[in-house]
Write a protein that binds this ligand. Structure first.
Ligand SMILES: Cc1cc2nc3c(=O)[nH]c(=O)nc-3n(C[C@H](O)[C@H](O)[C@H](O)COP(=O)(O)OP(=O)(O)OC[C@H]3O[C@@H](n4cnc5c(N)ncnc54)[C@H](O)[C@@H]3O)c2cc1C
Length: 264
């Protein structure tokens, strides 16, 4: 029976987020929060693995109270357990502090054979969490997984196909393994009504900075975050380009050279 952890993040729908020109901070008010889309693919991979080999999927998130909704979505889509790590002391956490809080809480939940993460989040989008968590879990890191070929619990091995720039690589790694997936083969399922209803009232396990044992205050939230963001601003939009249409490729090239030489 596999013990599987899936790390998920609730993100603002970035298509609707604007930046306050005065303060340079994101205006999140009134913007709907959604389950990070790539995490839905990771969850699908986790649930498919559980269905094939047996086991249990636990979803975990660090975020505000409202992140509970993202966890309920995960329960509706096939996770058995949901864990919310929420505390004001976790605010302003960068990836280092976030991965520290997640591993500290995960130790309370047991030993995991497989840990799934999204490739990156829609908002922070550093893509750093998977490698940091792999290090903290002492797990093999398998990124960009296209196909989960086999999990051999007795040999403690997992075999996957990964997408590389110039082809596909078949790789075997030891368990525990942390996996990020390509979305191609892991389309999020639409929960059935029964599961969706059950997810609305399911218990969410909660931890805060006081209930995670031995949590070092110096490693969480602002004090534990060496990354500082001095300013956020939209990129400057330059002049729009134009297409040369002089009537023939030769004339286009002549015009291009003239432009480059500053003649025109
Ligand atoms: C300087 C700085 C300040 C920040 N301040 C705040 C803040 O005040 N409040 C706040 O809510 N967030 C804050 N964040 C974001 C928060 O700490 C992020 O969750 C964390 O840093 C992950 O970064 P990312 O979004 O780039 O993850 P990525 O590395 O891009 O995410 C990859 C994957 O890791 C997993 N993952 C990412 N974040 C989480 C999470 N929180 N819980 C579980 N799994 C996760 C998901 O599977 C995700 O797909 C801050 C980030 C930075 C860099």
């Amino acid at each position: 029976m596999l013990n599987i952890l899936c790390c998920v993040k609730q993100v603002p729908d970035v298509n609707l987020v604007k930046i306050d020109p005065e303060t340079g901070s994101l205006i999140r008010q009134g913007v709907p929060a959604i389950l990070n889309p790539l995490d839905a693919n990771a969850l699908e991979a986790a649930v498919m693995t559980k269905e094939r080999y047996g086991g249990k999927v636990t979803c975990i998130t660090m975020g505000p109270d409202m992140a509970e909704e993202a966890l309920r979505e995960c329960l509706a889509a096939g996770a058995e357990q949901a864990v919310l790590l929420s505390d004001r002391a976790f605010a302003n956490a960068d990836t280092l502090a976030t991965s520290y809080v997640i591993i500290s809480a995960a130790k309370e939940l047991g030993k995991f054979d497989l840990i799934f993460c999204g490739k990156e989040s829609l908002d922070g989008a550093t893509g750093q969490m998977a490698s940091q968590l792999a290090e903290r879990f002492d797990a093999s890191l398998l990124s960009g997984v296209l196909t989960l070929c086999e999990v051999d619990e007795s040999k403690k091995l997992v075999t996957v196909e990964r997408e590389l720039e110039n082809g596909i690589e078949k790789t075997e790694a030891r368990l525990p393994a942390l996996i990020t997936v390509e979305k191609t083969n892991f389309h999020p399922r639409i929960p059935n009504l029964k599961n969706w209803k059950a997810s609305r009232t399911a218990e969410i396990l909660r931890f805060n900075s006081k209930t995670i044992p031995d949590l070092d205050p110096a490693q969480i939230g602002d004090p534990g975050s060496p990354t500082k963001v001095p300013r956020t601003y939209p990129p400057e939009v330059g002049e729009s380009g134009f297409i040369l249409q002089e009537g023939s490729p030769e004339k286009d090239v002549d015009k291009l050279f003239a432009l480059l030489e500053g003649i025109v």
